[in-house]
Design a protein around this ligand. Structure first.
Ligand SMILES: O=C(O)CCC(=O)C(=O)O
Length: 265
């Protein structure tokens, strides 16, 4: 079993999110936080995560992301990191429920994933997390931490700036209409796509639950390693009380009860 880190040890390797980063996130729906964690700490997370994945490769399944490292005491320091006061404060400031409520609400762990995109892996389709998860309110946010260098051509994340203000544009994980950029081809000209990022180990982006995001293919001969971890306000309601991809299980209305209104006679 790995040793839990003290808050003081965490603070030595994980910094506070700055006021400028919080303001940028609220405006654009995403922000790049260079060296949010020390590169050596990112390397330690990668080593522990890979060793765990190698030891449990049969139960995880080939090529599958490793889920739940932060809920497992055997895979410290993932747990100490994600459940640290420092990260809770960072995330709470980004969520900013205080703005309308006067007080912040506690956050819950939602999910965490160690993700490897091998050389040649397909990109990630453009979607909004909260539309996929079916949560009933805003607040959920997702951190994407580079555990090793990620160049743009390795499938670095891209975000549609300010798309978090557009509300839900539809769940696409279980649909035949294409992803959000295919369904709304004017998006990158009306709004703007974030620049292609070159992450160094320890660099981290965070995006709002309604920010449209995706990633290109990994066209290099190097694997892309990242750690995704997500919190949501404790009072959020989810489909079936589960934070999985239930949003795209919702059904369209049918013609018998809800006929289409004609636009032309
Ligand atoms: O890692 C990726 O390419 C996609 C990750 C993603 O969709 C997310 O962080 O919400």
């Amino acid at each position: 079993m790995g040793r839990a880190m003290t808050e003081r040890e965490i603070e030595a390797v994980v910094r506070e999110v700055t006021d400028e980063e919080v303001a940028f996130y609220h405006e654009y729906g995403w922000v790049m936080m260079p060296r949010l964690v020390a590169p050596e700490f990112a390397a330690q997370l990668l080593r522990v995560g890979r060793e765990w994945a190698d030891r449990h490769s049969e139960e995880i399944g080939p090529g599958k992301p490793v889920a739940g490292l932060a809920r497992n005491q055997e895979t410290e320091p993932f747990r100490s990191f994600m459940f640290s006061e420092r990260m809770a404060r960072n995330a709470t400031r980004l969520v900013n429920r205080k703005r309308f409520k006067g007080v912040d609400v506690p956050l819950r762990y939602r999910v965490d994933l160690l993700l490897k995109k091998p050389p040649g892996a397909a990109g990630s389709i453009y979607h909004q997390d909260s539309s996929e998860h079916g949560s009933d309110r805003v607040g959920e946010l997702q951190f994407w931490l580079a555990l090793a260098e990620v160049a743009p051509e390795m499938g670095a994340m891209r975000f549609v700036s300010r798309s978090h203000r557009e509300g839900p544009l539809g769940s696409v994980f279980n649909d035949d209409q294409g992803d959000l950029l295919e369904q709304f081809p004017n998006l990158p000209s009306v709004l703007e796509l974030s620049p292609p990022f070159h992450y160094q180990p320890g660099d981290c982006t965070v995006h709002h639950g309604y920010t449209i995001h995706g990633a290109p293919d990994n066209t290099t001969d190097k694997p892309r390693w990242s750690y995704l971890f997500s919190y949501s306000p404790a009072d959020t309601r989810y489909w079936n009380g589960s934070a999985g991809n239930w949003g795209s299980e919702r059904k369209r209305l049918g013609d018998s009860h809800n006929p289409i209104v004609p636009t032309e006679a």
